[in-house]
Design a protein around this ligand. Structure first.
Ligand code: CIR
Length: 262
């Protein structure tokens, strides 16, 4: 169970952030409206929100998930927080801005040190196991340091190399853990040996963006506009909250990226 989330409002220069997709410029007013709706959805799931103001030094700063990995007190095993070391130069400073906030909730913080890099979007918790994506943002050294920290808290982990997987920025652009031993996956990652032993919910071709969804307490938040995926989760009995994400998709962001939940 999660009880809190940290979020950060998008800044007026949000469109200056990094992106690899060609979906046009985000509309700032629409971005703010979608962000507000996302916060409403998190509150509906029972979370109390710690909302940070926009920080114009970091156009990608609204994607707070990338700055840390949190193990909530309700975790099956140890709890704590580790600050990431972003793989993109323009995002490196985001972590010190977040550190202060994390200290309010976690007395002691772990760190990833150079030459390791790690983005939170590459790290997927699945119960007592973590999948660590090795990507253009998270390198093997960063993954190794994280695995060591997780092991000290009682968690196992395995690497999933996505450097040759087309169309995804982070591991969690292509997989999500929705509880009940179920993993949502895009086709190109479905055969990874690390995922054996999990029930796979495959995302249909053309709906790949929907693979980034989040289980928050009794609900699963999914992006609007992916009817086949929505129907498959409803058929499994999940209560869904469907959220419009168009302006975040334009900047390579998904539902998980917009909050740190704990
Ligand atoms: C970036 O390229 O870093 C941002 N524009 C998007 C980050 C998305 N974060 C995530 O998937 N966890």
């Amino acid at each position: 169970m999660f009880s809190k989330a940290i979020t950060r409002k998008p800044g007026a220069n949000y469109a200056d952030g990094l992106t690899t997709v060609d979906l046009g410029m985000p509309d700032f007013n629409k971005t703010l409206a979608e962000h507000d709706n996302y916060l409403v959805a998190l509150r509906q799931c029972g979370l109390s929100l710690h909302e940070l103001p926009a920080d114009l030094r970091f156009p990608d700063g609204t994607f707070v998930e990338d700055t840390a990995i949190l193990l909530p007190e309700s975790s099956q095993l140890g709890h704590g927080a580790i600050v990431s070391r972003p793989g993109a130069q323009s995002r490196v400073g985001e972590v010190s801005a977040m550190e202060q906030t994390l200290h309010e909730f976690f007395p002691e913080l772990g760190y990833i040190s150079a030459p390791g890099t790690m983005d939170g979007g590459d790290i997927c918790e699945a119960g007592s196991h973590f999948f660590i994506g090795i990507s253009l943002r998270t390198n093997e050294e960063g993954g190794r340091q994280l695995a060591e920290w997780l092991a000290s808290k009682g968690y196992t982990s395995s690497f999933v190399d996505i450097r040759q997987t087309a169309g995804i920025l982070h591991l969690k652009s292509g997989i999500s853990y929705i509880g009940d031993n179920r993993l949502v996956v895009i086709d190109s990652l479905a055969d990874h040996p690390s995922f054996q032993g999990f029930e796979l919910v495959r995302v249909a071709a053309g709906e790949e963006y929907a693979a980034n969804c989040i289980r928050v307490n009794d609900y699963v938040l999914i992006a609007a506009g992916f009817p086949r995926f929505e129907a498959s989760l409803r058929a499994l009995g999940y209560q869904l909250i469907v959220v419009d994400m168009s302006e975040f998709q334009k900047m390579d962001g998904g539902l998980s990226c917009l909050s740190l939940r704990f």
